[in-house]
Design a protein around this ligand. Sequence first.
Ligand SMILES: *Cc1c(COP(=O)(O)O)cnc(C)c1O
Length: 313
Amino acid sequence: MESAVANLLSPGEEAIVASCGAFGERWGKICVAYGAKPIFVRSEWGTPTDPEAVRKALKEHPKAGAVFLTHTETSAGTVNDLKTLGSIIRETDAVCVVDAISGLAGQELRMDAWNLDCVVAGSQKGLMCPPGLAMAALTAKAWKKVESSKSPRFYWDYRTIRASVPQNETPWTPPVTLIVGLSEALRMIQEEGLENVWKRHLSLSRAAQAGLKALGLKLFSTAPCSVLTSAYAPDGIKGEELVKRMRVELGVSIAGGQEQLKGKIVRLAHMGYMDFSDLVIGLSALERMLGLMGYRVPEPGRAGKEAQAALVS
Ligand SMILES: *Cc1c(COP(=O)(O)O)cnc(C)c1O
């Protein structure tokens, strides 16, 4: 994410930052660190970015050099309508920059067809590898911005990195073990077929939604993404305690809320190599811990059943 800002913007330049959660906010913080001027288009956490609000911001700030977007906002479990956003940004001089760190290989993403100019991702989410590798893809429109940017950069300089590609090299010592791991992960994805991978994630997200609802929980996001499902912690149950006790007492890791959502929501990840068995274990551990904490599940055992039914249909 930092490399995208360092290469695409210049100090003093305006940029639209569409934020619907903690990762959208991060785009803004990086812009400030590089002396750029973020103009926030915020929606409530859990609600996706409104494309019309982005259109309006671009009209009001015609000099904005970039629009920063999030594919799947993992802090809230929300997917953004990148196709519509891309078609709006395309009509302007701004480049469309997407954080697809958790969404890549988990949810439909079509860089060329949707007019996305720079997409960044990491090795540790849908790509199933340990953390440590980052990737960025750029269109010709984005490369023009890279060439005109006046931001200081060295390690992150896309121009230096691009120059070593024809030699099949990287400018600096690469994390070879991670690259070998990534190539195996990509082989697995290719074998299954990318569209089938998207479908599998979508199916898991439907199962997670059905399971959480059967536990009597209210889903948090109005546009749930495929890679992670979020729900409000029930009244009287402290989300942080729930997450911690599940990990310590039942050996199952789910996530709580970040920043303003701390203690208020729980998040079940189902990306990458996570499969239906993991999801069922997660739901049943959640049911057990909710019970231990004094919450009455509407119908014990129903979550697994509902998840199964949602998955099959
Ligand atoms: C995980 C993630 C990142 C990377 O954040 P870390 O703090 O390095 O874990 C960025 N954006 C999104 C949407 C993510 O899910």
